[in-house]
Ligand binder design. Sequence first.
Ligand code: T3D
Length: 258
Amino acid sequence: MTILVERRAGYRRITLNRPERLNALNIEMGEALVAALAAAEADPACRALMLTGMGRGFCAGQDLNEIVDMPVAEIPALIDHYNPLIRRLAASPLPIVCAVNGVAAGAGANLALACDIVLAARSASFVQAFARIGLIPDCGGTWFLPRLVGIARARALALLAEPLPAETAADWGLIWRAIDDDRLLPEAEGLAERLAAGPTVAYGLMKRAFNAAASNDLARQLDLERDLQSEAAAAPDHAEGVRAFLEKRPASFAGKRG
Ligand code: T3D
């Protein structure tokens, strides 16, 4: 199996499972990931996701064995297998924590960047490896990188294809935090549990707002915030959050739509 899916209390943990190739992506893995996301989103008991890799790497990008003899005419179809995955991660109504346990290269780096909160082991690194094999960053790399780290750093990461250590990635704002290796999974699981107990509807709406902000001007974004806020306010978690504050107790969010 190219991925493993474990059901945890309130969330699912998805593990990329081709450790002998540093979890390099192939079509089967891409399709399995899309199916796992769809299944998680359809399960009302699942309120968050966690993504990580088996073994010493997170994901080494496209499996190069799969494309070595591929006719150029088939490349668009190949990429069309991965683009739905990136779109789905970004648009998923569920919050997604990514625990980058080792090297994240090429499409593997951009797979991580499509998640909502990215933690990385201190020993991990991010490599926009595409230029090394005469390609451009795909799986959203040219979209995520300048937004996260600015165009100067994005250009250098893509053109030089040098590994960026996890701590620098965190300092630059590419990811949320670098974590001691032995603490990575407990921290990521703790975050997934915390998000699974949060206001799920509001989280999904926040993701929609951030995604739309990339192409909206301020006026449109303010209108969108007004509309999405109405949806958030209609969910029972809003009333519960306000009551809990006034009653000086922790909120108990159900994660349901109004
Ligand atoms: O054509 C298209 O447009 C398709 C879309 C492409 C999107 C992309 O993702 S392009 C970028 C593809 N990825 C890469 O170019 C990265 C290739 N890998 C590396 O540069 C290095 O492996 C790493 C920097 C990631 C890690 O280096 P290191 O020294 O820690 O490990 P290693 O020894 O190179 O790799 C360990 C094994 O994994 C090794 O197998 P072996 O020799 O033990 O049998 C290696 O061949 C295998 N492996 C690593 N990456 C890939 C891979 N096998 C297939 N495809 C890989 N991408």
